[in-house]
Design a protein around this ligand. Structure first.
Ligand code: ADP
Ligand code: MG
Length: 291
């Protein structure tokens, strides 16, 4: 059951997110994103996947309005980006300094600032929302601890609580699972599934194809351009993977289906692996082509 109100202020007939022909140039000639069109309905849980440098973080920055597209349009609940209180963005590498002298509850209260204004004290109701949000991610017991003392996985849960306290309707998480152990990854994924059930729209950027295929109903495969968009089995075809990862794909036939390893797509040393058990035929063809 949702503990936060959904907002009645958005027109009901528009999608949560709509990008049309979005191109982004930084300083170089090669665009970071090229002609990307994407429509996400309310309550969808979408993985944005692609190799390092594919433009995943750029896509998020365009959605929140930090980066302006060179061409194309972005609409969030029907209006332009920038100052949308309904978006919560948890950027990449959010690990907080151990000495950062702020409590977990304070971090979550920062999510309320947009609602209560900078110069008013939080009300009892604001604190109640903060504690409810922490309870929802299983972090209530940590409310008074300094944020810096928490593990990476616990900090991610606190950032999710902040998004809830903000009453965000669109949550963008950039590589939230990178560097976390399996139990923390599972905890975060379970929280995301619950938030989705509440009607919150969630986009998660990840370079881990395996994880995305297992936990996300929809994947968007990017490599500057949008290469594929749909259910994992539609997106993860040998053709699409070759387009996204070029010659850096290695297909290893195993007993449980082929395993796809991409060798240059991530900066963290762990190659993303993809056991493809669902459609053995196509994979065998790729495996032969690769040899
Ligand atoms: P990803 O998140 O998928 O790894 P990014 O969006 O971070 O990809 O980067 C896409 C491309 O844009 C890369 O080539 C990167 O070097 C470039 N880029 C990203 N941010 C900036 C920036 N602020 N200024 C200039 N180039 C950038
Ligand atoms: Mg990135």
């Amino acid at each position: 059951m949702p503990i936060f109100h959904t907002h009645a202020s958005h027109r009901p007939d528009v999608p949560a997110l709509e990008l049309e022909h979005v191109t982004v140039h930084y300083r170089s000639d090669l665009p970071a994103l090229e002609d990307v069109s994407l429509r996400v309905e309310r309550g969808e849980l979408v993985a944005i996947v692609g190799p390092n440098g594919a433009g995943k973080s750029t896509l998020f920055n365009v959605i929140v309005g930090v980066v302006k597209p060179t061409r194309g349009t972005v609409r969030i609940y029907g209006s332009q980006p920038g100052g949308h209180i309904c978006i919560s963005y948890v950027p990449q590498r959010n690990q907080i300094d151990r000495r950062f002298p702020v409590t977990v509850a304070d971090v979550v209260m920062m999510g309320r600032v947009g609602k209560i204004g900078l110069f008013r004290w939080p009300s009892r109701q604001d604190w109640e929302l903060v504690h409810k949000a922490l309870a929802q991610v299983g972090m209530e017991a940590f409310a008074d601890r300094p944020i810096g003392e928490l593990s990476g996985g616990q900090q991610q849960r606190v950032f999710l609580a902040r998004a809830l306290a903000q009453e965000a309707e669109l949550i963008l998480l950039d590589e939230p699972l990178t560097g976390l152990d399996m139990p923390s990854q599972r905890a975060i994924l379970a929280i995301l599934a619950r938030l989705q059930e509440q009607g919150i729209t969630i986009l998660v950027a990840t370079h881990d194809l395996n994880l995305a295929a297992d936990h996300f109903p929809r994947m968007v495969l990017l490599n500057r351009r949008l290469i594929a968009d749909g259910a994992p089995e539609e997106v993860l075809t040998p053709e699409h993977l070759a387009q996204a990862y070029g010659g850096h794909l290695h297909v290893l036939p195993t007993e449980s289906g082929a395993l796809i390893l991409a060798d240059t797509c991530c900066s963290h040393g762990e190659p993303p692996s993809l056991p493809l058990g669902r459609d053995g035929r196509a994979r065998t063809e790729t495996a032969e082509k690769e040899e």
